[in-house]
Design a protein around this ligand. Structure first.
Ligand SMILES: NC(=O)c1ccc[n+]([C@@H]2O[C@H](COP(=O)([O-])OP(=O)(O)OC[C@H]3O[C@@H](n4cnc5c(N)ncnc54)[C@H](OP(=O)(O)O)[C@@H]3O)[C@@H](O)[C@H]2O)c1
Length: 327
């Protein structure tokens, strides 16, 4: 069986290697064996390779935060899953032709779902959904502002917000990305800049915005917070600029704006199986019917995982890079 492993910390492409490893055998009681169909390269994966993530694994380490596949066989005592079922795999070792996991650690997917899209269900749609629904009470017609809006999280957020009757202000760093956000239903899309708050206020007619979603950190947080009404909340979930989050004291003290952070790994870690099933039962149908759809720029066989990682590290991509462990 082929499996990609992290063998060093440093340059991402050369820190990963595809190896032949022993087969996993038949599932034991309560386990399922899954043929992995697709697994994306998540930006967090690249941060792990560079040693810039929350924690650094002991090497060599399995990789693949997300993945989806088909149940190959089930062990004794497993109910509700049979061979041939499509599943999303929760544990983070999906850059492999097969995974052997507890049946509690897979989410059964609708039969009609596209497995490449399903492989990107675990992290980004869930992140967008939970950030939209956890921090601020929003009603149909309310506005939400976000940066990095053309990212996979951002585009999921546009689609989920629209489905809930919310309006979105989408901040990006290039005009083509703004056009893309509009094309998928973003109400307003603007290129970031020092005057972004005044351009947003003009475009929304001064509508109050209570929630700002930030993946960039650094001074981008100040610019996003400037778009919010007094008392508004910024939820930070990424550090694409590589800089610490910043807000001015005018914003925190005089305008009562606040900053908090979201980390899906922690939220999922605190959720039981029923909670996860309920979360993804809301999201999987949106992937199945195409409401949530993430462009894929390239897909590589697992033997070419180094090329896949190098591709994922390129700026200005128009979609995700996937690893297809079984071709
Ligand atoms: N906290 C959590 O639980 C959680 C969950 C999911 C994702 N994330 C984080 O969310 C972020 C987005 O993930 P994704 O998978 O949605 O990304 P993605 O689809 O790969 O898109 C990357 C985005 O980042 C933008 N970008 C890259 N470098 C930037 C910079 N220096 N300044 C501003 N924008 C920059 C890109 O803009 P261009 O298109 O213009 O290049 C693009 O919009 C990542 O940081 C990821 O680690 C966090």
């Amino acid at each position: 069986m082929k499996q990609a492993k992290l063998i060093a910390i440093g340059d991402p492409a050369s820190s990963v290697r595809c190896e032949d490893v022993p087969g996993l055998g038949e599932p034991g009681a309560g386990q399922v064996l899954v043929d992995v169909a697709a697994a994306p390269i998540n930006p967090a994966e690249v941060l792990i390779m560079k040693g810039e993530y929350a924690s650094t694994p002991e090497l060599p380490a399995p990789l693949g935060i997300e993945g989806a596949g088909v149940v190959a066989s089930v062990g004794a005592g497993v109910s509700g899953l049979v061979s041939g079922d499509k599943v999303m795999i929760v544990p983070r070792a999906n850059w492999a032709q097969q995974v052997l996991v507890s049946a509690e650690e897979v989410i059964k997917l609708p039969a009609g779902i596209d497995l490449r899209q399903a492989s990107m269900l675990k992290v980004n749609p869930a992140t967008a959904f939970l950030m939209l629904t956890t921090y601020v009470d929003l009603s149909p017609g309310d506005w939400v502002a976000q940066n990095s809006a053309n990212s996979a999280v951002g585009t999921s957020l546009i689609r989920i917000a629209r489905q809930r009757g919310l309006k979105t202000v989408n901040i990006v760093r290039r005009e083509e990305a703004a056009a893309y956000c509009r094309s998928i239903g973003g109400d307003i899309a603007v290129v970031d800049g020092d005057d972004v708050a005044s351009r947003v206020a003009e475009a929304t007619g001064g509508a109050p915005i209570k929630l700002g979603i930030d993946a960039v950190a650094g001074e981008a947080v100040i610019r996003l917070a400037a778009c919010l009404a007094d008392g508004g909340t910024v939820v930070n979930y990424g550090m694409l600029s590589g800089k610490p989050c910043m807000m001015t004291t005018d914003q925190t003290v005089f305008q009562s704006k606040s900053l908090t952070g979201f980390w899906l790994a922690k939220v999922l870690g605190g959720m039981n199986k029923a909670g996860k099933d309920a979360l993804y039962a809301q999201l999987a149908p949106l992937v199945e019917d195409g409401t949530i759809s993430v462009p894929v720029e390239a897909a590589y066989p697992i033997e070419q995982v180094q090329d896949a990682v190098a591709h994922a590290c390129r700026e200005g991509r128009d979609g995700k890079v996937l690893v297809l462990p079984n071709g």
